[in-house]
Ligand binder design. Structure first.
Ligand SMILES: Cc1cc2nc3c(=O)[nH]c(=O)nc-3n(C[C@H](O)[C@H](O)[C@H](O)COP(=O)(O)O)c2cc1C
Length: 185
């Protein structure tokens, strides 16, 4: 039997939804060893429980290029030594290897360089955003709109096409590579 802890930070509930889906996927599959998966919010995370887990996954959404809550992983890197660790990040951008490499470079510094990072598409709903986030998105969208189309990265195009729309791209298919990684012997 193996024990997995998923620590998540989620502002609008999308990353939380992925954390719950991951628990469901890991505990229901009959493939390989039995897995017990616990999930906890980053704010409620108690580091003294880490000893009970073989695998620790941190899940957080991308906000203006930064993975929300990633500092928690940095603060606990010594306690995570010897454990299987990974990051699952969530964003509006379609899957793009180059863009993800940039997110990784920016968020996982030298000591976390070897931590694998996985990605799932999230949601976009301006009607649920805080006033501050709505303003920030408007500013980003205006900035992106001024770029020439050939210089636009995939996430920029997505940001423009999402203006005024309500989008939900969440899909359990994004969890499959992470499930394979967790199940590796
Ligand atoms: C202010 C703001 C900035 C964002 N910046 C990015 C970004 O840089 N890249 C990206 O892919 N998604 C970005 N997003 C989209 C979020 O990552 C997406 O909505 C995600 O589903 C939110 O997850 P959560 O509800 O778990 O916090 C941004 C969203 C907001 C509101």
């Amino acid at each position: 039997m193996s024990r997995v802890l998923v620590i998540y930070k989620s502002k609008y509930g999308t990353t939380k939804k992925y954390a719950e889906m991951l628990k469901g996927e890991l505990e229901s599959s009959s493939a390989g060893k039995e897995i017990i998966c616990d999930i906890t919010e980053a704010e409620k995370f108690d580091r003294t429980v880490l000893g009970a887990y073989d695998t620790v996954i941190f899940a957080g959404a991308v906000y203006a290029g930064g993975i929300s809550g990633i500092s928690m992983l940095k603060k606990n890197r010594d306690r995570l030594k010897g454990k299987r660790t990974a990051v699952f990040c969530v964003g509006v951008s379609p899957y793009d290897e180059k863009a993800l490499e940039e997110v990784k470079k920016r968020n996982l510094d030298s000591e976390l360089r070897d931590v694998p990072m996985f990605y799932g598409r999230g949601t976009w709903d301006e009607s649920r955003m805080t006033f501050r986030d709505r303003i920030m998105c408007r500013m980003l969208q205006k900035m992106v709109a001024k770029q020439s189309p050939e210089k636009c990265e995939p996430w920029m195009k997505e940001l423009l096409s999402a203006v005024g729309k309500k989008c939900d791209w969440t899909d359990r298919k994004y969890l499959q590579p992470l499930c394979v990684y967790i199940r590796q012997e």
